[in-house]
Design a protein around this ligand. Sequence first.
Ligand SMILES: *Cc1c(COP(=O)(O)O)cnc(C)c1O
Length: 380
Amino acid sequence: MTTLPHDDLAATWRNARPRAAGIHLDTAACSRQSTAVLDSVARHARHEAEIGGYVAEVAAERLLQQGRSVLSGLVGLAAADLAFTESASASVRTLFSRWRLAPGSTVAVLPGEYWHNLAVLADAGLVPVVLPADGDGRVDLAAAERVLRDSPPTLVHVTLVASHRGVVQPGRELAALCRAAGVPLVLDVAQALGHVDCDLGADAVYGTSRKWLAGPRGVGFLAMRPAVTARLTPVVGPALYDNGGPDVDHARWYESHDAHVAGRVGLVVAVGEHLAAGPHRVRERLAALGRATRERLDGRGGWSAAEPLDEPTAITTMRPPADVDVPATVRRLRETAGIVVTGIGEERARSELNGPVLRVSPHVDATVEELDALAVALVS
Ligand SMILES: *Cc1c(COP(=O)(O)O)cnc(C)c1O
């Protein structure tokens, strides 16, 4: 019989939000927000209607600054280093459009790099150099060290946990190699923050609100060391900046002047809930849920899990049997069993997927019974 750690966490998490209609195993797409987060977003929007949007923003500034401090702390940086953005995608677009690296500059990536990130690099005229990885898509550190020594790229960009495969990259070791080689490391933690440790020593880190942190959609962040922002060119320089003047914190130039501030407030509340739950406890329970998912699903009806059984993540991606259609299975699970999961197409990571996979991603409230129900429904 499977027992999961920290059942109190599951109960607290479940009771803190609206009841799920069905079985939600889709955190890697979008979490269920808590009632407190939903209320904080609504309250800020209401406050805007009462006292004016910009007055309400000033009133929320202390809370937002606490949020910058806590969020940046989770990725090993400081409050002044963090800009709220509209999404992880918006963050990476801002980073590379403002870095203005010479076209032809090389960026080391892994074979499973997220398709949108590769598109952003291509759009900036940058040339991806693929670092060697093992069969799971995990970077080969010895080979990476050789590349960094013999033909160092301009920078290294790594997605810490991929959206198409729940494998964690050795970010801390990679950060140490990059630091030794004097090459900046950029981490995409959209699937990692609130899920695995992201305080690893990277130079720039970006992510999103709605996945493992369970904040609102349409909010993200971009955190950068001062040494990175020193190399960026803001569209509007500090002299013209009307959102705090030339003394504004260095990352703030990369925040949108106008934004869904209510959503940022909601993210700050969600991050507070994550801290209150205990990031270590959350990680332990999520890792146990990933293992429990793979134990139940791997080999069932010809489906196979892509991740090692003990990979410390709650993302499991299932390769289908030869004659089974993934999108149809995702639809069937939702319509007949009320189970929400995602179908991932191979376009998301063409060098690691040769067909669609079905992704299961429970949050801490998931139960063994729900995973059992999925195992039954998958093959019925
Ligand atoms: C979801 C995801 C993104 C994009 O996040 P948005 O907030 O939707 O822009 C980027 N990278 C990875 C690895 C993701 O899973």
